[in-house]
Unconditional design. Structure first.
Length: 84
């Protein structure tokens, strides 16, 4: 499992971009695994509050979307309001 985590002030979009860079570095190996029947998923969990400096929500950029499509990996987003 690869993971990116941040504190309450973390920008989820920036964390996703960091994950994209890490996945891109091992793209060929991931394609082999995907072609061998391994399933992959991008799971995003975000706790939102009115005090969040970056605001609610996040962006999945086109490069990450392309890579996820190549891998056949869906995006699962769980968004929560309030404390952890």
């Amino acid at each position: 499992m690869l993971a990116e985590e941040g504190d309450a002030a973390a920008d989820v979009s920036a964390l996703l971009e960091s994950m994209r860079a890490r996945l891109s570095a091992i793209r060929e190996q991931l394609l082999v695994l995907s072609g061998s029947g391994c399933s992959m998923i991008l799971s995003v969990v975000q706790w939102m509050s009115p005090d969040d400096p970056t605001g609610p929500g996040f962006v999945v950029g086109p490069d990450l979307m392309r890579l996820l499509a190549e891998l056949g990996a869906p995006v699962d987003a769980d968004l929560y309001v309030g404390g952890e």
